[in-house]
Design a protein around this ligand. Structure first.
Ligand code: ADP
Ligand code: MG
Length: 394
């Protein structure tokens, strides 16, 4: 279903509340990858140029309903100011009289960034009070935070209950690109999955198996599958509660003739500081070691298999690529996907960081700002933060 974009409404002089996704990675106190901020520029520039009073809302990290000094959005406002070459005001609060005052003083074209929405416990609880209070700041609402569209939170779906809601340019771009995977994709369709948010992602795989022809599993996610296969995983990141689920997925894949591959060998270490990985077959992980990357045999196997794909969706690094000793799997698989003629989509904050680290941005067809969101979309789920946007026919 096509969604109504901000271009279909007159925004001049209006107070426009925009939910953006500024959940960017930080290293040593500064922004290490500003892709998500850059992706939101078209919407913000458009609104400012067309005389809207723009009120930006985003979350950052997982402060769990409390103020965490290191997760303030001030550095994001600074970066945004540089990128837009125009001042972006920032507020130390999300709600309250100070915010109302700041909004009332905005002139046409000016931009205000509110404080981290997850400092308020009402955000993740989707509290109607918080949603109403944020909605009260604006005349219309724009959803551009595709990366947060899989969550029904106060600043995403909540506000949409009170204001007419439009899609920003990033949202439109994401929906168009990902629909190429969900609707009549060129086949074979391959998904490459890894990363650390295993519990969030594993439950989505069931739906994914209804669509893909090939599923390659690496990263932290693979460990749960290895444990389910009866292998020792030592001190690896695992989700013991999801073992049955992992086994069921393997059965479903085999019943449907879908190739679901888990690592055949792995790179392990005593800790992440281990500079010399121990490479072993997947069934020979030592109890005091943890799996931090896929092994060389697996890398070759995955590259050989993905080569035939006509469409590839990738979410989640194959290993702890932030550590040079455990970056090989991610770098090699990323390079292989980038070299394909297939339609390629990579999603997820950390996955995008890896793509830019290896300078492959220009060789991927679509870089999705959503990790969980793109995965759920590709798995055929209706994202709450997309459902609330007005349909084009409305
Ligand atoms: P994305 O942001 O792309 O959606 P995630 O947030 O799910 O991906 O996971 C990214 C993180 O997963 C990276 O920081 C990486 O270090 C970590 N990771 C990958 N493989 C492993 C592993 N085997 N053990 C622990 N962490 C891992
Ligand atoms: Mg991540």
């Amino acid at each position: 279903m096509k969604k109504r974009s901000i271009e279909t409404v007159d925004v001049r002089g209006k107070r426009v509340v925009v939910r953006v996704d500024f959940n960017v990675p930080f290293a040593d106190g500064s922004i290490s990858d500003d892709s998500r901020i850059r992706e939101s520029l078209p919407t913000i520039r458009y609104l400012s140029k067309h005389g809207a009073k723009t009120i930006l809302i985003s979350h950052l990290g997982r402060p769990k309903g409390k103020v965490v000094e290191s997760l303030r959005l001030e550095p994001v406002a600074t970066r945004l100011t540089q990128l837009l070459e125009t001042t972006v005001q920032s507020s130390q609060d999300l709600t309250g009289p100070n915010v109302q005052h700041r909004v009332t003083s905005l002139k046409d074209g000016q931009i205000l960034l509110l404080e981290n929405s997850r400092f308020d416990p009402g955000e993740e609880a989707n509290s109607p009070e918080l949603a109403q209070s944020l909605a009260g700041l604006g005349d219309i609402f724009v959803l551009d935070a595709f990366g947060a569209a899989h969550r029904a939170h106060a600043s995403t779906t909540g506000i949409a209950s009170y204001l007419p809601t439009y899609a920003g340019f990033l949202m439109v771009k994401e929906l168009n690109a990902l629909t190429r995977i969900t609707q009549r994709p060129a086949r074979p369709l391959a998904a490459v999955l890894g990363g650390a948010k295993v519990s969030d992602k594993l439950t989505v795989l069931d739906g994914l198996l209804d669509h893909v022809n090939l599923l390659l599993i690496g990263g932290g996610m693979a460990n749960t599958f290895l444990l389910a296969a009866g292998f020792e995983v030592g001190s690896s990141l695992v989700e013991p509660d999801l073992l049955d689920q992992a086994s069921r997925l393997v059965e479903k894949a085999s019943a449907r003739d879908i190739d679901l591959l888990i690592p055949d060998d792995v790179a392990t270490g005593l800790s992440l500081d281990d500079d010399h990985p121990t490479v072993v077959s997947a069934e020979r992980v030592q109890p005091d070691h943890a799996i931090y990357d896929i092994g060389p045999r697996t890398i070759q196997q995955y590259i050989d298999r993905v080569r035939n794909a006509q469409t590839v969706f990738w979410n989640g690094p194959m290993g702890v690529f932030e550590r040079p000793a455990f970056a090989t799997g991610t770098e090699r698989i990323a390079s292989a996907v980038a070299a394909l003629d297939a339609y390629t989509v990579v999603g997820g904050g950390d996955s995008l960081a890896a793509i830019s680290k290896y300078r492959l941005q220009d060789r991927i067809d679509h870089l999705s700002t959503g990790g969980g969101a793109s995965l759920e979309f590709v798995a055929g789920q209706t994202l709450p933060g997309v459902a609330v946007i007005l349909d084009e026919s409305a």
